[in-house]
Write a protein that binds this ligand. Structure first.
Ligand code: NAD
Ligand code: DAU
Length: 361
């Protein structure tokens, strides 16, 4: 069996669902169930004996000791993290605790477990650490895309904390021989994406008749990958990645934010037209920029393609259409997410931004 951490979040829950679609190998899912963790993402697995969700913290050594002794996993896939850049700007503490201290505690627990495994199990064991392209910093419009050799230059508390965890993972391989793999992926989108991030926020705000808050000039570029493609890349790296290596994962889909927002508006205009006949694009508001906003990310995904034969299955056009359809088909999931705590976050992040002339909260 395998352990997945953070498997009730956006990417983790997609990964668990896809894994159990493709395998009968059981999953123990450790998730703290923070605001971003949602057991409802895994509702379709109710009663499925191959999956067990344990509410717990990756920094809890006693939990790790018990769980590793009891279940003896052959692999751990680490998704657990604080993941939102804007939250890291307003409150970095949780990012340091989970992404750095939590990762360290997890590594210590795994080292103790792995070092006592019989030789054949020890050499087959894997820790796959899921990381981000943001550790590489920001590109100019003419820079080449990030390769695995790009220097680390994180710019936000979030990306700095992820960079720290990547370095710890690397060091545990180099120093102790722990068999690790690291993936650095670009921006994901798709089902179960928490509506604090650009794409789901724009969909839910548009449908609610609220402002669509575009930071700065909206010309920042991200490289978008449909979440199921990220999950297939992780499965492939876990299966065949070379121990100690890092693999960049991306969709070859660089787009400015404003184009993303306009595409979502066009899809909604087609699938759920506004009753007044106006386009959702009339709800776009340019607002005060994110402090330290990275201008451009782009992933060079040739290594994973050439070594492991992985390529994304979705184009941006197919993936974004599926995503908008998913949100239209899951209004209950959206309304369950929009608790008081969610409204507090929206207020904290947006209320004071110039340009928020239309009510967002
Ligand atoms: P998310 O915020 O949706 O989910 C994170 C999950 O981790 C939640 O379920 C949360 O409850 C859990 N968690 C948080 N702290 C924990 C702790 N201390 N112990 C146990 N569980 C904890 O994040 P996501 O977007 O699904 O990202 C998953 C991983 O992928 C993160 O490591 C992130 O850095 C990385 N990543 C994300 C993207 C993206 O575009 N979303 C891209 C590249 C890499
Ligand atoms: O690149 C991978 C990273 O992508 C992951 O490591 C992070 O966990 C994930 O959150 C994501 O980070 P970004 O900061 O790129 O994603 P976000 O959806 O927050 O923002 C995408 C872009 O849209 C970014 O340039 C900021 C902009 N934006 C975002 C929000 C929430 C807006 O213009 N308005 C908004 O309201």
């Amino acid at each position: 069996m395998i352990v997945v951490t953070g498997g009730a979040g956006f990417i983790g829950s997609n990964f668990v669902l896809d894994w159990l679609d493709a395998h009968d190998e059981s999953v123990i899912n450790i998730d703290k169930l923070t605001y971003a963790g949602n057991a409802a993402n895994l509702a379709s697995l109710a009663g499925d004996k191959r999956h067990q969700l344990i509410q717990g913290d990756i920094g809890d050594t006693a939990l790790w000791e018990k769980l590793l002794a009891e279940h003896r996993p052959r692999a751990v896939v680490n998704f657990a993290a604080e993941s939102h850049v804007d939250r890291s700007i307003l409150g970095p503490d949780a990012f340091i605790q989970t992404n750095i201290v939590g990762s360290f505690k997890m590594l210590e627990a795994l080292r103790a477990y792995w070092s006592k495994l019989p030789a054949d199990q020890a050499s087959a064991f894997r820790l796959l650490h899921v990381s981000t392209d943001e550790v590489y910093g920001s590109l100019s419009p003419t820079d080449s895309a990030f390769t695995e050799e790009h220097k680390y230059e994180p710019n936000s508390p979030y990306s700095a904390s992820k960079a720290a965890s990547d370095h710890l993972v690397r060091a545990y391989h180099h120093t102790y021989g722990l068999p690790v793999l690291t993936t650095n992926c670009s921006n994901n989108y798709g089902p179960y994406h928490f509506p604090e991030k650009l794409i789901p926020l724009m969909i839910v705000n548009a449908l609610a008749g609220k402002a669509l808050p575009v930071y700065g000039d909206g010309m920042q570029i991200r490289d978008w990958l449909y979440v199921k493609d990220h999950c297939s890349a992780i499965r492939r790296v876990l299966e065949a990645g070379r121990v100690g290596e890092t693999y960049n994962v991306g969709g070859w889909n660089e787009k400015p934010n404003i184009d993303i927002v306009k595409t979502i508006c066009q899809l909604l205009d087609e699938m759920r037209p506004r009753s007044d006949g106006l386009s959702y694009a009339t709800q776009i508001s340019y607002v005060t920029d994110r402090p330290g906003h990275d201008r451009r990310y782009a992933i060079d995904a040739r290594k994973i393609e050439q070594e492991l034969g992985w390529r994304p299955a979705e184009t941006f056009d197919t993936g974004i259409r599926k995503t908008v359809e998913w949100y239209l088909q899951h209004p209950d999931w959206v309304s369950q997410i929009q608790s008081g705590a969610y409204r507090d976050w929206v207020n904290a992040n947006y209320a004071d931004r110039a340009g928020m002339d239309k009510a967002c909260a």
